[in-house]
Design a protein around this ligand. Sequence first.
Ligand code: UD1
Ligand code: UDP
Length: 356
Amino acid sequence: MKIVSIVGARPQFIKESLISKTLEKFGIDEILVHSGQHYDLNMSDIFFKVLEIKNPQYNLGIGSGTHAEQTGKIMIEFEKVLMNEKPALVLVYGDTNTTIGGALTAVKLKIPVAHVEAGLRQEPKDMPEEINRVLTDRISQLKFCPSQKAVENLAMEGIKSGVYFTGDVMLDVFLKFKQNVDMKKVLEKYDLNPKKYVFSTIHRDFNTDVKTRLESILQGLSKIAPRMPVILPIHPRTKKRISEFGLEDLLKKLKVIDPVGYDESVALTSNAFSVVTDSGGLQKESYFAGVAGVVMMKDTGWIELVESGWNVLADADEEKIYHGVFNHPIPSDIDKIYGDGNASEKIVQIIKDMKI
Ligand code: UD1
Ligand code: UDP
């Protein structure tokens, strides 16, 4: 069986890393396509190196642009790949423009699509990731859900066939890395002490592209900084907006660094006092690590972590961000909301059993 996987953004490289190795283990031939959505060394290449991902057979080189430009370019270039390779299945991940571009191209060629991380839903309904998720789930034949909540979300939309609760591949990868990363080395590199710093990331367009929200977030982080160092690996989108909005002064109290590789991200998460983020991946990884999370969103696709007390929603509110860090008791045990760490095997077994 030949399948084509398409990835393009940081969190997709992480998921793909393990799925790819599992496909190989199960004897399934995988052609890997990189859309080129993320292209900086520390947004793309570093992940291929650290996660030991094979070189993509195709790089579509689409780069940055508007949503229509990115999605359209992916479709035009990806169609050529699919017509050439004629796979039995296309594998897409998460909720980026690479996800919807890849899925739409495949179904128009009548190639079935499998969606890894299906069924997530959140407000606002017009956020780009939510649009990408809803549409990708609609046109995917196989929907691999990381949580039971995701299965329920799909059922509420009448989507019941081809839906599987597999657990979350991000958990599988996180557990593997946590065992092997040299935590001490990473903390020394950034001059941090265990449980005595806050790890933060910001990249959601609704936070970065609205000046008042970005300002309020940076003020919240700056308020934390005198009590505890705040380390912020800065996403290129956020860096660009801070400069455009003239908010550089609000970075002065923070420890701002370039985006880090996945190994360092796991180390920085695992040893943090608290993780303050609008990242989908990091709000789960803080929970995987048993660390309190403060989520800078009004709502989240990972709502079960808020309901269970691991995460709090602080939106872009300076005070809620500060209090979320210092006044947030967390539960004493970790439920297996996202499976047992073998989601990739479950996913690949289902694909293999499809006999396509
Ligand atoms: C994208 C995804 C988002 C995901 C995130 C992971 C969509 C709609 N959004 O958001 O769901 O959470 O990736 O990080 O697909 N840039 C660079 N270098 C790069 C990549 C981006 O400088 O290597 C800059 C460009 O100015 C670009 C901006 O960042 O315009 C945004 O990049 P883009 O890929 O469009 O969206 P993300 O915010 O990264
Ligand atoms: N991450 C990383 N380096 C960083 C910031 C994040 O390796 O500088 C990892 C993080 O551990 C998580 C993933 O990137 O696994 C999340 O990606 P991102 O926040 O870009 O996207 P999202 O998950 O929100 O779609």
